[in-house]
Design a protein around this ligand. Structure first.
Ligand SMILES: [Zn+2]
Length: 440
């Protein structure tokens, strides 16, 4: 075995063992609190509901362990059985090594590799979610969703892949800078058009109907200087009883969507506090900040691919032949191997990204608190959502700090209560600020 093959094996095993260890730690922690609702949560869940949330957490966690082990086994088999160089050789021999063929190889491989995951996704939705009363999807919607996803990938992903591979021959040694720029431009475009063109393919968005709630939410938008053309209700209940709200897109196309399940579960002031939180994400420019990091990430990834593609040991470690020269066929093996192995590195980076994301959640909560002038609505909303979604109230601290993009309920409540009280005099809400145009 080549030295780098051994390193790759160690990286894969390190990740899966870390995943299993964190999961065990969390399962023990959750089980230890199973028999009695911990005092801070007595107002959130009753005994029966709490036990159900524990069972739901454990069921998902055990299933996650199976998936993680399965993924690691598949990855090791793929990399060390030499099936990839064999498939690459067969594909090039029969379809050729043109850019279109090479993009086709990457595309077909990606689709083939996503197939083993389908039974797991099916089981999670129709067995686990079903057992805990969350599933509202039927088989037809589930299949149609996947077909739509595949069609979108063919229509949007394949042409982009072709362009990226064309750049290798067009621009030579600096191809990766151009490729990264193209991918970033594509991501921005996607972010811009997704709310208007892609999301409606999967869900129905309807303007919030006239009435008390709508008036309340628009008053909040005016008060916080958030210019919005509309607030949409999304038919989340088409797939699941889980509830949520989100904010996405930029400029003219930005969209605030509230799940119909959220509106059904929360009182009007509680929905208002959730919207205030979402406006907080916008006002604090969280989307832009996250985006700049992901842009940097794309550059790093392409720089790594370009460098690895020049290293003989990288191709040889997994049985590919190494050829120098800036043509797509020489770089495609490195792209494929990087796509397969990249996750073993990003896994260790993800806690930092999650920590940063939690920081944003605190900021958005603080914004909501100031905009509402009270904390009770938001606390009540968070409690109800935890209760309805059977959230894990007692994750192990190490587990939640590694994986959670949002602070836990208790952490958020504590932070909301601990914030210094502002006197009405120093709460400055501009009556009207010019609509912020961010990037576009
Ligand atoms: Zn948030």
């Amino acid at each position: 075995m080549q030295p780098f093959a051994i390193i790759a094996l160690v990286l894969i095993l390190a990740r899966v063992f870390a995943e299993l260890w964190l999961s065990r730690l969390n399962q023990h922690h959750v089980r230890a609190h199973r028999n009695e609702v911990p005092p801070p949560f007595r107002a959130v869940m009753d005994e029966a509901r709490y036990r159900r949330s524990v069972d739901y957490t454990l069921a998902k966690s055990r299933f996650g362990d199976i998936i993680n082990v399965f993924d690691a086994v598949v990855l090791i088999a793929l990399l060390f059985s030499r099936v990839l160089p064999w498939a690459f050789g067969r594909f090039s021999a029969s379809v050729g090594t043109s850019v279109w063929a090479m993009a086709g190889f990457l595309f077909v491989t990606a689709i083939a590799l996503s197939i083993p995951g389908l039974p797991f996704a099916w089981y999670a939705q129709f067995k686990i979610e079903e057992r805990f009363g969350f599933n509202t999807t039927n088989m037809r919607t589930w299949i149609v969703d996947r077909v739509k996803g595949l069609l979108l990938a063919v229509l949007l992903g394949y042409p982009m892949l072709v362009l990226v591979l064309k750049l290798i021959a067009w621009t030579g040694a600096n191809w990766w800078i151009w490729a990264a720029a193209v991918v970033i431009a594509f991501q921005l475009l996607l972010l811009l058009i997704a709310p208007a063109l892609i999301m409606p393919l999967f869900n129905k968005f309807t303007p919030l109907p006239e009435g008390g709630l709508r008036e309340r939410l628009f008053a909040l938008a005016r008060r916080t200087g958030f210019s919005t053309r509309g607030i949409d209700v999304m038919d989340g209940s088409k797939r699941s009883r889980h509830s949520n709200a989100f904010f996405t897109g930029f400029g003219r196309f930005r969209k605030i969507a509230l799940f119909d399940t959220l509106i059904a579960q929360l009182s009007e002031p509680e929905v208002e506090s959730v919207l205030a939180h979402e406006i907080g994400h916008y006002k604090k420019r969280h989307v832009i900040k996250m985006l700049s990091v992901s842009i940097a990430g794309v550059f790093v990834a392409f720089a790594a691919i370009a460098w690895l593609a020049r290293q003989q040991w990288f191709d040889h470690a997994f049985g590919f032949e190494h050829q120098a020269g800036f043509v797509a066929a020489n770089v495609v093996p490195a792209i494929l191997l990087f796509a397969l192995l990249g996750g073993t590195i990003t896994f260790w980076v993800s806690p930092f990204v999650h920590g940063w994301s939690r920081h944003f959640e605190y900021e958005a909560d603080a914004f909501a608190r100031a905009a509402m002038g009270e904390t009770q609505s938001l606390i009540q909303a968070l409690r109800k959502l935890s209760e309805k979604n059977l959230s894990n109230l007692t994750p192990h601290p190490l587990y939640s700090s590694f994986y959670y993009s949002h602070p836990t309920l208790l952490e958020r409540e504590r932070a909301l209560r601990a914030m210094p009280h502002e006197t009405p005099g120093n709460r400055r809400w501009p009556r009207r600020v010019p609509p912020q145009r961010v990037l576009f």
